[in-house]
Design a protein around this ligand. Structure first.
Ligand code: 5CA
Length: 439
């Protein structure tokens, strides 16, 4: 992409009401624009990041055996009357009437819709286990939308729903999601810890939240320190084998949100292992058995010929919240530092003297080579001061900067800067391109 033909509205100053660093940087780097309280437009750079996060989540869901669908944002109130949640959900639900005076709502979650889909088609235990997910916008009329996309009213969620014949099978489904979530966060460059959580309005009796540690987190977390360093399981585990040991290695260490905190158990741990921190909740998984299948009549025929209510769980990732959470975890005074997995562009080419034949030629060559290598470069070909170009490129956090100025061109070199470390090197163009391509 040539910056002269792109739309990257960076701001010198963030609006004064942006309180946390990720919100400030998302506004300044031109990733999002607030349209109403808790409702954002995603500008080109922000949209690229959002799509990349979405894709990482999608790949890990698919790997763990979940199947993607797309459910509507608008749902029929009647389905929620069947489950009994329509009246209970309260003011967070945005209720809408259509021209026929039918009650609709903008979905805050999709247990009812997915249960309705499931019950229309699936009748036998032979079709189980099944896990259906979608990545779709949700609306919750939060009392205090704040911190930008972290607590929005309209936000993008990946929500998956598992269906199983019995509790033991449902637990296996839960375990798959538990471990898939750890892989998602690891690929996004984040250290997430699973903590025992309160199921809240989703319901059920087993629930974990996944927390990114950050001072600006809205939740309080109490955990065993070793959990922070315990890595993700990686893609090569046997997803449909026995995952219990892999999960309990993590759940056996103490970790809880403040609602579930057990001070006595926490204090029984050696002092050096106790950690109290703030966390950003980037995922939440639930096992709730028959809570929706029983009232909505989602049954399958078991091996003994008898019909049973299907056992369900649901699994949410805050996709749009993750864009903010990644920035909270990865930035410096100059701006965002994107992990390569979600960076909006793989490299930036900075032409320090647009119009100089030598600079233009080296930049064009670099731009072509990087494009051909699939790096998706952003070429700053605007006629602007070098200082402004450096500042904008640092701000938007592209992992590599290939800097081309007249002096270097005369000497046969370019400058290569790594955004994360600030490390700079002068080297011939070929070597610089090779370094970028090889990561
Ligand atoms: N049905 C279940 C799982 S699919 C569910 O709705 N769970 S949830 O309420 O915990 O939401 C899942 C994830 O969405 C949360 O962990 C959080 O990361 C994200 N999320 C929830 N509310 C918001 C919000 N207001 N703004 C941004 N992200 C949110």
């Amino acid at each position: 992409m040539r910056l002269s033909r792109y739309f990257m509205p960076t701001l010198r100053e963030a609006p004064a009401d942006a309180q946390i660093v990720s919100h400030r940087l998302m506004l300044r780097a031109g990733l999002i624009r607030q349209e109403a309280a808790g409702i954002y437009a995603w500008l080109p750079l922000g949209l690229k990041v959002l799509k990349k996060i979405e894709q990482v989540v999608r790949e890990e869901m698919n790997r763990a055996g979940a199947v993607e669908i797309l459910m509507p944002t608008l749902q029929l109130a009647d389905l929620w009357r069947e489950s009994g949640r329509y009246d209970d959900y309260g003011e967070e639900m945005l209720r809408i009437k259509d021209r026929h005076e039918r009650d609709l709502l903008y979905g805050p979650t999709a247990e009812e819709v997915v249960t309705d889909i499931f019950r229309s088609y699936v009748k036998s235990y032979k079709d189980l286990p099944m896990n259906l997910y979608n990545i779709q916008w949700k609306f919750r009329d939060e009392r205090r939308p704040r911190f930008g996309v972290m607590r929005g009213r309209e936000f993008l969620m990946k929500d998956a729903y598992s269906f199983d014949i019995d509790e033991a099978a449902a637990r296996r489904s839960y375990n798959r999601m538990f471990l898939a979530y750890l892989n998602v966060y690891a690929r996004l460059g984040l250290k997430a810890i699973p903590v025992k959580a309160d199921p809240g309005p989703i319901g059920g009796d087993m629930s974990h939240e996944f927390m990114i540690l950050a001072e600006t987190g809205e939740s309080e977390v109490f955990a065993h320190r070793d959990l922070v360093e315990m890595g993700a399981p990686g893609p090569d585990i046997d997803w449909f084998g026995d995952l219990e040991a892999e999960v309990s290695r993590r759940t056996s260490l103490y970790a809880a949100s403040d609602e579930m905190h057990d001070a006595a158990r926490f204090e029984a741990m050696p002092e050096g292992k106790r950690m109290t921190a703030r966390g950003i909740e980037v995922g939440h998984i639930f096992y709730f058995g028959e809570k929706y299948s029983a009232p909505m009549g989602a049954k399958v025929t078991g091996p003994d010929g008898k019909d049973v209510n299907v056992q369900m769980g649901s699994y949410g990732v805050g996709v749009s919240r993750l864009a903010g959470a990644i920035i909270e975890a990865s930035h410096d005074d100059a701006g965002i530092i994107w992990p390569a997995s979600v960076a909006p562009f793989g490299a930036a080419v900075l032409n320090l003297r647009v119009g100089d034949a030598g600079c233009d030629e080296v930049c064009e060559q670099a731009y072509r080579a990087l494009t051909d290598a699939g790096i998706d470069p952003l070429y700053d070909d605007r006629d602007d001061r070098p200082g402004a170009k450096f500042a904008a490129t640092d701000l938007v956090g592209i992992p590599w900067q290939l800097i081309v100025g007249p002096k270097g061109v005369a000497d046969g070199v370019v400058e290569l800067k790594r955004r994360a470390t600030g490390e700079r090197q002068s080297l011939p163009l070929d070597a610089a391109l090779k370094a970028i391509v090889n990561g």
